[in-house]
Design a protein around this ligand. Structure first.
Ligand code: GLU
Length: 491
């Protein structure tokens, strides 16, 4: 491909900083970039912005890749897949950043600075007292390379600052229109840290140019960074990519979504037993709508329907209840194999005795829990099956309410039911249902008075699949053994 053709190609990227699990906001940025790339026949790049090396970076990169894949997203260039513009981790691209800093210094667009944190604070304090701008005051004359050498020898933190042009900046945003940022809000920012590593701003700009990114679609929290990036591009002689900043994601109370609102990491939703196709659908709706009240979509349908015009200008709302409703409906519509695979995936992320179940048992459990919201609910409701018959822990409140109350009416019910259950030949859900209903009728009580004592005796709690399924799943021997154990542990 010729250079100019390559330049014109539509290239977008998702550029996470590997600080932990992928969160919903990041997943949304990745998804919108992916959708645009697929829609326009462009390239979707995954770039890891690991200029802040902390101990857990390796692990975090793996997690981000895994979460993206779980959601069904794939990238055309990046870690694990390679590409023509690699390496795709900033920690492996130091030479490029050094060259850019050198160029900026040589051409008088950057300078060394070496204030200690205390001195910087004192400068800010003075500015505050004089009611001057708190921006870093550019020294005059500028320090020379020799000054920087001397400062380094004295053990001072030597950084390189970019000379921000003395003018208001306009960010031409594809979603927000022209956003003007006054020069008072912009200062000479650091591009090279005292440890010799590039800052986010420098590496981000150098790599967008080197990787020929044509559109930067990222969260609105980066809007104030963009004038800096535009100015750096000008000084380095790079073309400007287009920019578009996505609306923030808010909680239902209208505050910025944060960890305080509960799980916001994609992995947490996986571990809680949501289906990935539901998650990605839901994430797509955080700030985008295909119009005509359309909500349910597969990834392929989203690619077909996606365009920038459908992205909202106002903040997106994260509605957890709606997500739950989406998942409930999708699970109810999913076939056996899909549910089984989803349940296995859920189990692979959790420590639960239910993981021991074979496929037939799991299928029976999923069926018994029909109408469930998440795989976690299935897990919780069915754990009773995987504990020893004599190892059941009885929930004291349920015991009191269902068995002991009314001079032990619940226990009496168990004593009455035991021989009838023992005599039942076909121990499947239907005959069990008939038996329990007839018993309730004969005694002139509601079905609950029969079902609840059994449920507590068999599972230790008052939550389980339908009582008929619960009994059928346990089978006759275990049902009788549990009734006996419950009666024997009566106080
Ligand atoms: N590394 C930045 C972040 O995680 C991404 C910035 C960008 O997309 O330009 O927020």
């Amino acid at each position: 491909m010729s250079d100019s053709a390559d330049n014109q190609a539509f290239r977008v990227r998702f550029a996470p900083s590997p600080t932990g699990y992928l969160h919903l906001g990041g997943a949304r940025t990745a998804l919108f970039n992916l959708l645009l790339a697929r829609k326009r026949g462009g390239t979707f790049v995954l770039r890891i912005e690991d200029t802040d090396r902390s101990r857990h970076v390796e692990e975090a990169i793996g997690k981000i890749c895994e979460d993206l894949r779980w959601l069904g997203m794939t990238w055309d260039e990046g870690p694990e897949v390679g590409g023509d513009f690699g390496p795709y981790r900033q920690s492996e691209r130091a030479g490029l950043y050094d060259a850019a800093v050198r160029k900026l210094l040589d051409e008088g667009n950057a300078y060394h600075a070496f204030e200690t944190p205390e001195e910087l604070e004192a400068m800010r304090e003075q500015a505050r007292a004089a009611k001057r701008s708190l921006r870093y005051a550019r020294p005059d004359p500028l320090p020379t390379e020799a000054d920087a050498e001397k400062a380094r020898a004295e053990g001072r933190p030597v950084v390189v600052r970019f000379m921000m042009p003395d003018k208001d900046m306009v960010v031409p945003d594809r979603l927000l229109g022209d956003v003007r940022i006054g020069k008072d809000e912009l200062e000479d920012f650091i591009i090279l840290k005292s440890d010799g590593g590039p800052t986010f701003h420098l590496a981000n700009v150098v790599d967008d140019a080197a990787m020929r990114i044509s559109l930067v679609l990222r969260g609105q929290e980066h809007l104030m960074n963009t004038p800096k990036h535009l100015a750096l591009q000008e000084a380095l002689g790079y073309p400007h990519p287009e920019y578009a900043h996505l609306p923030l994601i808010f909680n239902m109370q209208g505050k910025k979504l944060s960890k305080r609102d509960g799980d916001v990491d994609v992995h947490a939703f996986r571990a809680a037993g949501y289906l990935p196709e539901v998650m990605i659908n839901f994430i797509a709706l955080l700030g985008w709508s295909p119009g005509k009240d359309r909500e349910k979509m597969t990834l392929d349908e989203m690619i077909d329907l996606f365009d920038m015009e459908g992205i909202g200008r106002s903040n997106a709302k994260f509605d957890r209840d709606k997500l739950g409703a989406f998942n409930t409906q999708a699970a109810a519509e999913a076939g056996r194999d899909r549910l089984l695979a989803g349940m296995r995936d859920y189990l692979s992320c959790n420590e639960t005795p239910v993981a021991q179940a074979d496929d037939d048992t799991l299928t029976a459990l999923l069926k018994a829990c029909e109408g469930f919201r998440t795989f976690h609910d299935v897990d919780e409701k069915c754990r009773f099956l995987f504990v020893a018959d004599t190892g059941i822990e009885y929930d004291p409140q349920s015991v009191q309410k269902v068995l002991a109350k009314g001079s032990g009416a619940g226990y009496a019910m168990l004593i009455d039911l035991r021989p009838a259950l023992a005599a039942l030949e076909d121990f499947s859900a239907e005959p069990i249902e008939r038996l329990l209903k007839t018993t309730a009728e004969a005694k002139g009580v509601g079905l609950g008075k029969v079902a609840q004592p059994l449920r507590v005796a068999l599972t230790g709690s008052s939550i389980s699949p339908s009582i008929f399924d619960t009994i059928a799943l346990l089978g006759k021997d275990r049902t009788l053994a549990r009734i006996d154990h419950c009666l024997a542990s009566r106080e």
